[in-house]
Design a protein around this ligand. Structure first.
Ligand code: FE
Length: 350
């Protein structure tokens, strides 16, 4: 099976093509989108009364959602528009999960989460991340306006770009990957390798292309989900580091782990060939090189060593029982997961 319920509207100034009708709209917006005037632009194109929810936290916690659900229940909007990064879109989706009575439009301002097309919202509970999944929280419309990602600081381009790359790679080797999901995965991988560095360096064209690639990777994970890299990165939420940073920290090491599975190795080899590389090992080396070029070499400096070691057992234990692991091509025990964390910390990201 392959599914996509979201209508994708893309291109420069595509925000202006949103002519949404209804009774009332709740606009969840990041403060930066308000500052740049894009939120007002959205408000001006819709033909209904609206109210704006701002000051939305990055990496949202379960307890943050309650107040939004309360407001939605009181105001009774029949449309929700989320404009901002993955955290803003996920906050809107998690609120809709409980409220249920609205259609959702997502307008991403970063190029990574793919949340504008998926039916999952990532939340944290005491720092540890988990996903709420329901088909009614998948946006009905996603607007990919290339002016928005142009505003991203370079660091955010790096974090979100690596997240998109991990979505594309993990979905490609997933146990439930199909020729349809893999078509989106492989195209996204190619675009990301060709454009992430230029996007990081500020190229407008590359930012636009990356914005589309991130959505393609989102379509791939909607259908084939993610694997061990995401499971382990979610547990690193307790360090309060951005999702994309945790993903970068683990991507190459988790690939090396998966490579011991024959089917996964074949699939990595296929990705490598598509990129003009010799084999799966070269693919991992290429990812390391890319990380270095976009300033993500020594990720360990973001995580205190003692703190890391103190939390290692807990993270590994939580990761080993995560349901998402069933999509990963290779089974992983708590002991093996712990070893991957340690290798990533002591060997791979110094
Ligand atoms: Fe992700």
């Amino acid at each position: 099976m392959f599914q996509l319920k979201t209508k994708i509207v893309f291109g420069r100034e595509s925000i202006k093509k949103l002519h949404l009708k209804g009774r009332k709209a709740a606009i969840f917006s990041s403060n930066s989108m308000i500052k740049y005037g894009f939120t007002q632009e959205v408000a001006d194109t819709i033909d209904m009364p609206y109210f704006i929810m701002k000051d939305i936290k990055s990496e949202p916690e379960e307890k943050d959602i309650e107040k939004y659900v309360e407001i939605l229940k009181r105001e009774e909007p029949d449309a929700i528009i989320a404009i901002g990064g993955g955290s803003v879109i996920d906050t809107a989706k998690a609120s809709l999960y409980h409220y249920k009575k609205a259609k959702l439009v997502a307008i991403p301002s970063t190029s990574g989460s793919g949340s504008e097309v998926t039916m999952a919202a990532v939340l944290a509970k005491n720092g540890v991340k988990y996903s709420l999944v329901a088909d009614y929280i998948a946006p009905i419309i996603a607007i990919l306006d290339s002016r928005l990602p142009e505003k991203m600081p370079a660091k955010l381009v790096a974090y979100t770009g690596m997240d998109a790359l991990a979505h594309a790679i993990e979905s490609y080797v997933s146990n439930i990957a199909s020729p349809f999901s893999q078509a989106f995965s492989i195209k996204a991988i190619k675009i990301i390798f060709e454009n992430l560095l230029s996007s990081f360096n500020g190229s407008q064209k590359a930012r636009e292309t990356m914005h589309y690639a991130s959505c393609m990777a989102g379509i791939a994970i909607l259908n084939a989900r993610v694997g061990i890299c995401h499971v382990m990165a979610h547990k690193m939420g307790i360090f309060k580091i951005p999702h994309g940073l945790a993903i970068s920290f683990l991507l190459d090491e988790t690939m090396k782990y998966n490579m011991k599975d024959e089917i996964a190795k074949k699939r990595y080899n296929k990705i490598a060939k598509e990129l003009g590389l010799k084999n799966a090992h070269m693919l991992v080396e290429e990812i390391k090189r890319l990380k270095e070029k976009i300033g993500m070499k020594s990720i360990v400096s973001h995580i205190d060593e003692n703190d890391f070691n103190n939390k290692l057992d807990l993270m590994a234990k939580e990761a080993a029982k995560d349901a998402l692991l069933r999509f990963n091509p290779r089974k992983a025990s708590m002991k093996e997961i712990k070893k991957i964390y340690e290798k990533a910390y002591y060997e791979n990201n110094q």
